[in-house]
Design a binder for this molecule. Structure first.
Ligand code: URA
Ligand code: CA
Length: 434
């Protein structure tokens, strides 16, 4: 088999065989196929696309390029959740405890945040004592015992994806549905869950800015998951404005606690119920999404989800006292209100810019090695569609400096107020279950 022929075939719009796809992935991962030939194939895929079968085969080959986590020692159907990334997305913290409170095992491998999107591990580490450095055996024991544990990303998961992503980044081939879908799914599948719920974001703060693209990506990932034997569902949700009100690590933990108490922001609560009900159905603990949603709603209001969260924090060394006393979480030295310069209705809160403002305060990493400040961030008092009076607070800034003029300027540029009527954007655009 020759790489030249594979490139030519895809260039001319033909379907690659499973053997050709494996030849490419194996050869590229072990260094036998050079970057220039891999680049040419990526560009051919960019223009000619891949069939569902090719996409699934590509994903499978990437999974097999590295370690695969074995969760078989955990009883029950292990369900994982993945978000394509957003601003102020606190859902994983909430869902871990909420879904586990219905007996669905959540064995979560999570990452740290980069850029304007936050990482679940950073958020959890704002709970004093909480740690994610646990051995594989301890991780499995915890999930069997408490139905939930979170561990840091370890091992050599999908090295083919790592290498290909680096190449795509410099050859203008990142933005391709088959390549994105196989990249994301290869890492999820290698992490060992039996079933996967995807939250594909759309809007300014999302990777897929346009709804049609987000739908296409969601469909591609659901198809790959199901073809490789992992039950997969997706929700397409709004990321034009931040999710919930809090953006910043400790602030989001506080928001997660109020949501688990049944007192969270409406949008965040609703998205957790949607994603959670898919997890519960895939985990075999309810027959329909409606039934699952009712069970989850009950546990948000009867204290069970919150109790489960306390137990989860304690089991990984965290101070569960933060639940009843959130002041034990890291707190910033200063707060500042951002007051509206005019009366009207909030028409825009551009998610990625708000994420950048939080990063300027120190809540996010500019580069992989930056230190972050867990205490700082932003809490919105208004969302799109809310009326506001001149002088009223749009949001509160939590900072460890009193020099926040540049942050305020960025925030003012990112929020629009209009005299016209504005509908709040839909939260869920679509659900893909096939
Ligand atoms: N995230 C990934 O993991 N891979 C992509 O290709 C794009 C976003
Ligand atoms: Ca939030």
């Amino acid at each position: 088999m020759r790489m030249y022929d594979i490139i030519e075939k895809k260039r001319d719009g033909q379907k690659l065989t499973n053997e050709e796809i494996r030849f490419f992935i194996n050869g590229y991962t072990n260094g036998e196929i050079p970057d220039y030939q891999a680049s040419a194939l990526l560009m051919a895929v960019f223009f000619q696309d891949m069939t569902e079968e090719e996409r699934a085969e590509l994903t499978g080959a990437m999974v097999e390029s590295g370690d695969q986590i074995d969760l078989s020692a955990i009883s029950g159907i292990k369900v994982d959740k993945h978000s394509t990334g957003g601003v102020g997305d606190t859902t994983t913290l909430i869902l871990a405890a909420l879904v586990a409170s219905l007996g669905v095992p959540v064995a979560k491998m999570s990452g740290r945040g980069l850029g304007h999107t936050g990482g679940t591990i950073d958020k959890l580490e704002s709970v004093p004592g909480f740690h994610v450095e646990i051995s594989n055996d301890a991780f499995i024991d915890l999930v069997n015992k408490n139905k939930v544990a979170v561990v840091g990303q370890t091992g050599n998961l999908a090295p083919a994806d790592k290498k290909l992503y680096g190449l795509r980044d410099v050859t203008a081939t990142v933005n391709s549905i088959p390549l994105i879908a196989s990249s994301i799914m290869s890492k999820k599948i290698a992490s060992g869950a039996d079933a996967i719920v995807l939250d594909v974001k759309t809007g300014a703060g999302a990777f897929m800015k346009e709804l049609e693209e987000a739908k296409e990506l969601a469909g591609a990932m659901v198809s790959i998951g199901n073809r490789v034997g992992r039950n997969t569902m997706a929700v397409i949700s709004d990321m034009s404005q931040p999710l919930g009100n809090a953006i910043g690590n400790a602030l989001e933990v506080k928001e997660a606690i109020s949501t688990l108490r049944g007192k969270g922001p409406d949008d965040l609560t609703e998205l957790c119920l949607e994603l959670g009900s898919q997890m519960v159905v895939l985990g075999g603990k309810a027959n329909t999404l409606k039934e699952a949603k009712e069970l989850l709603y009950d546990n948000l209001h009867n204290g069970k989800a919150l109790d489960h969260f306390k137990q989860f924090l304690e089991s990984q060394g965290g101070d569960a006292g933060v639940v009843d006393n959130p002041d034990l979480l890291p707190q910033a030295a200063h707060t500042f209100e951002l007051s509206a310069k005019q009366s009207g209705t909030v028409s825009e809160i551009i998610a990625d810019n708000i994420g950048t403002a939080a990063m300027m305060l120190g809540a996010g990493r500019a580069t992989k090695d930056s230190e972050i400040d867990l205490s700082v961030g932003i809490v919105l008092n208004k969302k799109v569609g809310d009326p506001i009076d001149k002088g009223e607070s749009l949001l509160r800034i939590h900072a460890n400096t009193d020099q926040v003029e540049d942050v305020k300027e960025k925030l003012y540029e990112s929020i629009a107020i209009t005299s016209e009527t504005v509908e709040s954007p839909p939260l869920i655009y679509d659900k893909i279950t096939e």
